[in-house]
Design a protein around this ligand. Structure first.
Ligand SMILES: C[S@@+](CC[C@H](N)C(=O)[O-])C[C@H]1O[C@@H](n2cnc3c(N)ncnc32)[C@H](O)[C@@H]1O
Length: 203
């Protein structure tokens, strides 16, 4: 990877190819069409594959990520699909994305050090409207040592019990560990161990 930018995600994204592809993640593609049209937040949205899909379904959508290359590519993807998105260049830890209320929040491969991940998760629940939904899809600890994607550090991978306790206040339709064949461009490729879930905030 060429070190052109300070932010390593910018270096990763700074090419014509989309690192995770232009198509939505499989769980996002499966779950978002079931939601009533609403205002949705996409945390750590990267190059925009999920938010652009959601905008195409008619949702009113906002992304937060601190990669300016990701933002540029997402805006281009949105324009190419003739949809409108808002993409805030901001940090998940210090940003004030939770000063608004959301009908749904998408957490798709959001992996952060444990000391800050819990705080982000708690703020997600606080910022959800009653009956608001979380769509969660990220690598589980069983992914450790595999080369199909995700951070190499065990502590950055997710554990179902920890996630459920950090996202306290949700009633889960399901929260399960699955082994899936990922075909998400070059970023996620091969069999992966994923924690996937859909949870609804109590009214
Ligand atoms: C694994 S990628 C996931 C991208 C997207 N959710 C997807 O599935 O296509 C992780 C994303 O987290 C973003 N990120 C990491 N730390 C962040 C932080 N502290 N604040 C905002 N974004 C962050 C990166 O810029 C990157 O786009």
């Amino acid at each position: 990877m060429t070190k052109k930018h300070e932010n390593n995600w910018d270096n990763r994204y700074d090419e014509e190819r989309f690192f995770y592809g232009r198509e939505p993640n499989y769980l996002v593609a499966r779950e978002l069409p079931k939601l009533q049209k609403g205002r949705g937040l996409f945390l750590a949205e990267g190059e925009g594959r999920n938010i652009v899909f959601a905008a195409g379904l008619g949702h009113d959508v906002v992304a937060v990520d601190n990669s300016f290359v990701g933002q540029r590519k997402a805006m281009e993807l949105a324009a190419g699909n003739s949809v409108e998105i808002e993409y805030r260049l901001d940090d998940l830890i210090t940003g004030n994305w939770d000063s608004e209320n959301w009908d749904f929040v998408v957490l798709c491969f959001v992996h952060m050090p444990p000391d800050v991940m819990g705080d982000v998760h708690r703020r997600v629940v606080e910022s959800l409207n009653p009956n608001g939904t979380v769509v969660f899809c990220s690598f589980e600890k069983g992914q450790f040592g595999r080369h199909s994607g995700g951070p190499p550090q065990l502590e950055m991978l997710h554990d179902a019990k920890v996630v459920a306790s950090q996202l306290d206040g949700l009633n889960w339709d399901y929260l399960q560990i699955v082994e899936v064949e990922l075909r998400e461009s070059v970023g996620h490729f091969g069999r992966g161990v994923v924690l996937e879930g859909v949870g609804v905030k109590g009214g």
